[in-house]
Design a protein around this ligand. Structure first.
Ligand SMILES: NC(=O)c1ccc[n+]([C@@H]2O[C@H](COP(=O)([O-])OP(=O)(O)OC[C@H]3O[C@@H](n4cnc5c(N)ncnc54)[C@H](OP(=O)(O)O)[C@@H]3O)[C@@H](O)[C@H]2O)c1
Length: 487
């Protein structure tokens, strides 16, 4: 018996088929495709698809039946075992099995569908049989869990909305957003009613409150625009049924109507066992996607120095970790010693600078002895200026956001003279422009998270009525990782 550890990531070729043994134990069978590379006779690298037959038992079989579908992306971790047995003719046969105590669904719907189920039968190589004998819960790896800080609320749920009453000056003031109650309208054909469970709190909400920008400003009296996670309660919409989970522009309210005619932007979400719902607002939501595409623009190369500002926030923490995946020296800038400790000790950043310490500029210089090749800019103002001062010739600046300016009438912008002197490549971007590639990016982010290469944290504030305070936390540094309001 071998004890070699194996990890397989692949797609299901067909829906699982479940049967029950005489003793009432559930057994599910399916096939999984993995992409392998090998060298042919001429030493050339070739790709081929390997097919593995998988057998899972007991509750895991029931879970498989419920959650896995043709095309699902699956992660298996276990050890190889060979088993000898005799066939009907008395011939000795050997089966290679993988006993896999860790079986995790990475994505319920595949970006690229797996080849037809029958393909594996045609392969000249015998399929590997994976016998999965994991316990029912299939304990998730620690990397999947997002440490959460919670601010509790005593207010019970009602059908309430936060409406924009006045455009804020500086931080959101009491009364800028007012709590109103409104009856849930009767559902018409083509509509579904969804209960909002979590709200993503994003710096851009402050921008939407103030003036027209890449989206029109929220109108006075309108429900405040926000991205949320919701569950369908009732449906007369052809695309949704009760229990479906969605993300999209729910607004700051308890319930939202999803209307086919209004072509509102909502996306149905897969049920992924062991993954919290809030992950769809953070690592697998707009922040993860923003970090992913921002770092794609940055085109990091091994050995380059990357500096990320707001580095302990939802976007910056992921961008920095993607830099590490690409082999960069990563330096984060954040506003507390605790945040700096988190990004270096837990997330693997090479150095972190607390910009509230008086000597932070000297510390930044010491942490970037070879200069800076890439600036992933989330903050703007003085922090960005200092980073630009340390950029190498022809360095790349990816402008993700200027949070230091969002609450100011007159934001302190950087001097673009440095861009000429250093011949910098500077590019801004908006995540909305990448909508057609969200699935591709989410699949990659999900895999990185599953392999423990991306860690995340959440700060959760309970109660819709606390959303205005939560928005301000972004500008006072009250959050570590993704900031969410739980309703
Ligand atoms: N381009 C896009 O499509 C796109 C999409 C999403 C987000 N963004 C941008 O990405 C940035 C981060 O957004 P996020 O949602 O991930 O928020 P976040 O980083 O989770 O939270 C904001 C953080 O910014 C820091 N901060 C606030 N004011 C600051 C100041 N004056 N100086 C220095 N740091 C300050 C605070 O941390 P400290 O304690 O470290 O100060 C705060 O925790 C924002 O600029 C946002 O607009 C852009």
């Amino acid at each position: 018996m071998s004890v070699n550890k194996v990890i397989l990531v692949g797609r299901l070729g067909r829906d699982p088929e479940t049967r029950y043994t005489g003793g009432g134990q559930a057994v599910a069978n399916f096939s999984m495709a993995t992409d392998e590379t090998y060298k042919d006779k001429n030493g050339e690298r070739q790709k081929r698809t390997e097919w593995h037959k998988i057998v899972v038992w007991s509750k895991l079989a029931e879970i498989a039946q419920q959650y896995l579908k043709k095309g699902s992306l699956l992660y298996l971790e276990g050890r190889i075992q060979t088993r000898e047995w005799q066939d009907k003719e008395g011939q000795k046969r050997t089966t290679t099995e993988i006993v896999a105590p860790k079986v995790l669904l990475l994505a319920a719907v595949a970006a690229q569908p797996a080849p037809a189920a029958t393909t594996w039968k045609a392969t000249p190589r015998p399929p590997t049989i994976l016998t999965v004998v994991a316990p029912a819960q299939g304990t998730p790896p620690a990397a999947l869990k997002s440490p959460t800080k919670t601010f509790p609320s005593n207010v019970s749920v009602t059908n309430r909305q936060l409406r924009l009453q006045s455009r804020p000056k500086g931080l959101v003031a009491p009364g800028d957003l007012q709590l109103a109650e409104s009856p849930v309208p009767e559902l018409k054909d083509g509509q579904a009613l969804a209960k909002v469970k979590y709200l993503s709190i994003d710096p851009t909400m402050r921008v939407w409150m103030a003036a027209d920008s890449y989206l029109p400003a929220v109108g006075i009296g309108e429900v405040m625009r926000a991205v949320g996670f919701a569950e369908i309660l009732e449906s007369r919409h052809p695309d949704y049924k009760k229990g479906d989970r969605i993300t999209g522009l729910t607004g700051l309210q308890d319930c939202v109507i999803v209307d086919k005619a209004a072509k509102s932007f909502f996306q149905k979400l897969p049920k992924i066992p062991f993954v919290s719902d809030t992950v769809f607002l953070g690592v697998l939501g707009f922040n993860g996607l923003t970090a992913f595409f921002g770092m794609e623009i940055a085109a990091p190369k091994k050995g380059e120095t990357l500096v990320v500002s707001a580095a302990a926030g939802a976007t910056g923490s992921i961008a920095g970790q993607i830099g590490k995946i690409h082999g960069c020296r990563v330096v984060g800038i954040a506003g507390t010693d605790d945040k700096c400790a988190w990004i270096t000790k837990d997330l693997g950043f090479d150095a972190a600078i607390n910009y509230k310490h008086p000597d932070w500029k000297e510390k930044l210089a010491a942490a970037t002895p070879s200069g800076i090749d890439i600036d992933f800019e989330n903050v703007g103002g003085e922090i960005m200026q200092e980073v630009l001062n340390r950029m190498n010739l022809h360095g790349r600046v990816v402008v993700c956001g200027f949070i230091s300016g969002y609450t100011k009438e007159d934001p302190n912008m950087v001097s673009l003279g440095t861009v000429i002197v250093k011949r910098l490549h500077i590019q801004g971007f908006l995540i909305l422009d990448y909508a057609s590639r969200f699935m591709e990016a989410a699949t990659q982010l999900g895999q990185w998270k599953m392999f423990g290469k991306l860690k995340d944290r959440e700060t959760i504030v309970e109660g819709l009525e606390k959303a205005p305070d939560a928005i301000n936390m972004l500008f006072t540094g009250g959050n570590t990782g993704k900031l969410i309001v739980k309703i």
